[in-house]
Design a binder for this molecule. Sequence first.
Ligand SMILES: *Cc1c(COP(=O)(O)O)cnc(C)c1O
Length: 365
Amino acid sequence: MIQQIKRAYNFNAGPSALPLSVLEQAQKELVDFQGTGMSVMELSHRSAAYDKVHNEAITLIKELLNIPEDYHVLFLQGGASTQFAMVPMNFLPAGKKAGYVITGSWSEKAQKEAKLIGDTYEAASTKDTNYNRIPSIEELSIEKDSAYLHITSNNTIFGTQWSEFPDTGDIPLIADMSSDILSHSFDASKFALIYAGAQKNLGPSGVTVAILRPDVLEQASDNVPTMLRYDTHSKNNSLYNTPPTFGIYMLGLVMKWAKQQGGLAALEKMNRDKAGVIYEAIDGSQGFYKGHAEPDSRSLMNITFTLQNKELEQKFLGEAKNAGFVGLNGHRSVGGCRASAYNAVPYETCKALAEFMRNFQKNNG
Ligand SMILES: *Cc1c(COP(=O)(O)O)cnc(C)c1O
């Protein structure tokens, strides 16, 4: 008899669920990777076996996200949080200002780092309504001659997501896509730089992906320490120093899985269906559950909601925990509940949550 593996209903916000088939593949290859007699962790990062892993992962990212051929795909460390500093260090020269669209805690943090380096301005902010929406393109005030415009494509904590990106002309558009990269189709050629910590949709924590248009690299400051320069990594195919090899291997397996699912369009459809069943449970509850985000700003990745009062929320979270649901507590800065339904969270897990929500309402409404 095949033993059934017990997998949690995992709604963790990050690190988060990975596809079961990816974990099983990694398990199978763990002690002897493709006849090398070593795990991937034990290979030299200069070996042919590792080189193949590394380059395959890059090729698959480019293919899946439909990234223009000449763009660089880099594997960095330090998380998206280090990108908050690396972006202005490289691209915010004295005498210029960088625009930030403030749509949540992560955009606030990005701007805070940039202020340590140079001048910034707020191109828009939705703080006055507790970040429950994405500003419309018309609301953005982008100053002429900005060094760049920075946005956060999905606001992990508040549960809002951009559905349409601004055209910034000659001003480089930079996006933190940590929590929705690879979840839906978008036009990568609009962006000068995209970065993402891997631990939501791409793989395990420890790898950060940066995708750069080559012409912005030429404008980068010369006065930046070697490891914090994008061109150090682009010139060395992310092998200037030892990269996070095991994380990159895992990321490559996730890319293969994503391709098997049918690529970006198929993943987007799955994500719409998954978020859809949970939003349905919220919208059909006649106010028992209240979504935090305005409907047209809703995230497909992070579904945020509250109940009528704190006691009921605690009861909901307690019973959900007992029923096997993991990670439903809202972020400590906003409270309430949050279900993170990243790519690897199966539809059945989302459906189970929607059913649990309806039953809880029946028993407590
Ligand atoms: C998780 C997250 C971050 C922080 O990522 P680290 O890799 O932990 O530094 C930044 N931005 C967004 C949008 C996130 O979701």
